[in-house]
Design a protein around this ligand. Structure first.
Ligand code: IVH
Length: 667
């Protein structure tokens, strides 16, 4: 090949491989197979090695690292890299919105994830990456080009040959930290505490091979010079950067107007957060119009047109004394943290779910660790992290069990899933859990058959299967003899069981515990099919054609209704007289209850939380466990918790015991 042809081939391969990197790492849509990519990369390496005269820092061969610098050069930012003022509550976001409205500018915002990493400034000339810098103190940062070059989602060349600076976040995906810590543990190296430190540590390496191995990634979210490109809004700037080839978080970014839409975003993001493959520590809210941003200006430290809402995290330290395993009704095995009791946001926490083996490993937990605990979404406690620096060396390694802790059968892990399952349908733990579920409030709602009682009845042999519940009446005399029972309570229980036969179909459908079918889906299906027989006769296609039912759920439903044991169970329940049809919407209505959101705190003398919730829901009320601006009424019983204070703070209507009793009595 002539030199010119070689040069052309090199350029062709560079473009091909840079495009492939973009399609794989930015668009998440690979166009070359790994084998093809490797083949072309090797060809390019050989050509470049033989022809150093054509070397280029922008060659995809440079993504693997290898460049070593002797020190970090300082760089001055032409436009300072500011940080954002933090806010910690929805109320503070509201204050921000009020300030913006007062300034008479357009109160339209872009909400974005606040990525937990380190900020970076990327500079391009004629569309080619020239250098990258850290934020530093905001005025002077450090040149980290050699490491940034190894980040696959950072384009070497842009789709247009323009001069531009963009800013964003370099982060380490959660999975990468997990793998890294697993490796470090094997090599007896100290573990990295969190993704931010791990990412920053990788970027602070003189040898770029380290950064290359760390699989860092980017989200780009800021264009410091939008006016140079005739851009009028931040949303347009994001689109512009995306079109140039940067990785912009389109799925997460949202243009919103008004505090309600911001709140919805906050709520949704708070729920989604734990399922994201990367860490976010809050939400950034930015005024969308750039002329409005300009009008609002800056303080000495911050822009006045944006705030960073930080997720609340009251974290408390305690000791992880053990990890025990429970078996759910589907056979799913859950590891649970046993904790030295500790008070978090006003209540004692002794246990926390650890979800599955991967979750425990991702946090590198060991038994005996000092861990930080926080309450996710106000109610469910979660283990945030182990304090590695508090380890004494006496901690015990966590190992996943291989057999069911109750029946001993070998556990199975389904393909591509993280959970282990006990597959023995006769496993007593699974049976008890399915019975508890069948009787529970959102299912058949049998008053008097709470979790512990069902377990007791199971152990006593009174209730071994769902139909047995309806034959409990045959044990009336035995039940009366039990401690804590008498004629009246047994008769009440038997009446509740009898009444449950009249429930509308959705309760039964949910109570059957079909994998993936929650109460809402059960209601949707009941409205569509009207009776259980129609579901027994439905085809896989019939299920799949329903909106909101994906292929997995459709398969679960089809399998369930074609399983001989399930068909027999339904037949038996039918013979017992359990209603199999959908009875329609509740007709009950009450002005003070319908469509309003209720939260209960403390105890009421005349009823319990579940019964009251059921009652309110039957009159069209909604119940929830935490107080927010959306709450309409907080019902305050004896010894109320912090929800009472929050209700006062938010000026939410409060019903005391007397008031709620008078309303309930009048229903
Ligand atoms: S905007 C002038 N957007 O949070 C506006 N920052 O204290 C510059 N961050 O230093 C920042 N995600 O490192 C912006 N979507 C996002 C962000 C974000 C994370 C970081 C960034 C900044 C800090 C704000």
């Amino acid at each position: 090949m002539k030199n010119k042809e070689i040069q052309e081939r090199i350029e062709y391969l560079r473009k091909l491989l840079n495009d492939a990197n973009y399609e794989y790492y930015v668009l998440d849509h690979p166009t070359l197979t790994d084998q093809e990519f490797d083949k072309y990369l090797r060809e390019l390496e050989v050509l470049e090695n033989n022809h150093p005269e054509f070397d280029s820092p922008l060659s995809p061969t440079k993504k693997v690292g290898g460049e070593v610098i002797d020190r970090f050069r300082k760089v001055r930012h032409k436009i300072p890299m500011l940080s954002l003022p933090d806010v910690f509550s929805v109320e503070e976001i509201e204050e921000f919105d009020t300030r913006i409205v007062k300034e008479n500018v357009d109160p339209t915002y872009v909400c974005e994830y606040k990525i937990d990493g380190l900020s970076v400034s990327l500079h391009y000339e004629k569309g080619a990456l020239v250098f990258a810098a850290t934020r530093g103190d905001g005025v002077v940062g450090e040149d980290i080009t050699h490491n940034v070059r190894t980040i696959k989602s950072v384009p070497f060349t842009l789709k247009k040959p323009i001069d531009i600076e963009v800013r964003g976040e370099i982060y380490m995906p959660k999975k990468v930290l997990l793998e890294l810590n697993e490796k470090r543990a094997k090599e007896n190296l100290p573990l990295l505490q969190n993704v931010r430190n791990a990412a920053a540590g990788s970027i602070r390496q003189l040898d770029s091979r380290v950064a290359a191995e760390r699989k860092l990634d980017t989200w780009i979210y800021h264009l410091p010079n939008p006016e140079d490109y005739g851009i009028e809004t931040h949303a347009e700037a994001l689109q512009f950067m995306k079109d140039l080839g940067f990785k912009v978080n389109e799925k997460a970014n949202r243009v919103v107007t008004g505090i309600q839409e911001i709140e919805e975003y906050v709520q949704e993001t708070t729920e989604k957060r734990k399922d994201l493959p990367y860490e976010i520590d809050g939400i950034v809210i930015k005024v969308n119009r750039l002329d409005s941003q300009k009008k609002l200006g800056f303080t000495s430290k911050y822009p006045k047109w944006a705030v960073a809402y930080k997720f609340p995290a009251e974290e408390v330290l305690t000791k992880l004394t053990d990890i025990v395993f429970t078996v759910g009704r589907t056979g799913r095995i859950t590891p649970n943290a046993v904790l030295e009791p500790v008070i978090v946001m006003g209540s004692t926490v002794k246990r926390a779910t650890l979800h599955n083996e991967d979750y425990v490993l991702s946090k590198s937990l060991k038994i005996g660790d000092i861990v930080s605990i926080r309450k996710a979404g106000d109610v469910i406690p979660e283990v945030v992290e182990a304090k590695f620096d508090r380890r004494t060396g006496n901690e015990k390694e966590f190992t996943m069990i291989t057999n069911c802790p109750i029946c001993g059968s070998v556990l199975e892990k389904k393909k591509d899933q993280v959970d282990h399952y006990c597959m023995n349908s006769l496993c007593p733990a699974r049976k008890v859990e399915s019975l508890i579920h069948f009787c529970s409030r959102k299912a058949m709602n049998i008053d008097g058959l709470g979790d512990e009682i069902v377990e007791d009845f199971f152990n006593l042999g009174f209730v071994k299967s769902i139909p047995d519940i309806y034959f409990l009446k045959e044990h009336r005399e035995d039940l009366i003899e039990l401690e804590g029972y008498g004629n009246k309570s047994v008769d009440n229980l038997l009446t509740a069981i009898l009444d449950s036969k009249l429930n509308s179909m959705e309760r039964l459908l949910f109570g059957l515990g079909i994998e993936g079918i929650g109460d809402k889906t059960a209601l949707l299906l009941s409205k569509l099919f009207k009776n259980v027989d129609a579901m027994l006769n439905a085809t896989y296609e019939d299920f799949k054609n329903i909106r909101d039912i994906g292929p997995t759920l459709a398969q679960n439903l089809y399998d369930y209704f074609h399983d001989v044991d399930h068909i027999a169970l339904i037949e038996e329940l039918k013979n017992i007289g359990v209603n199999m049809t959908y009875l329609g919407e509740p007709e009950k209505n009450h002005d003070l209850i319908s469509g309003r959101r209720f939260v209960l705190t403390g105890t009421l003398s005349f009823t319990d939380r579940d019964s009251l919730s059921t009652l309110l829901e039957s009159y069209g009320g909604l119940t929830s466990s935490s107080v927010s601006k959306k709450t309409d009424v907080v019902i305050v019983g004896d010894s109320p918790g912090s929800k009472y204070e929050k209700a006062l703070e938010l000026h939410i209507e409060i019903w005391d015991e007397e008031k709620v009793k008078s309303i309930v009595d009048g229903l």
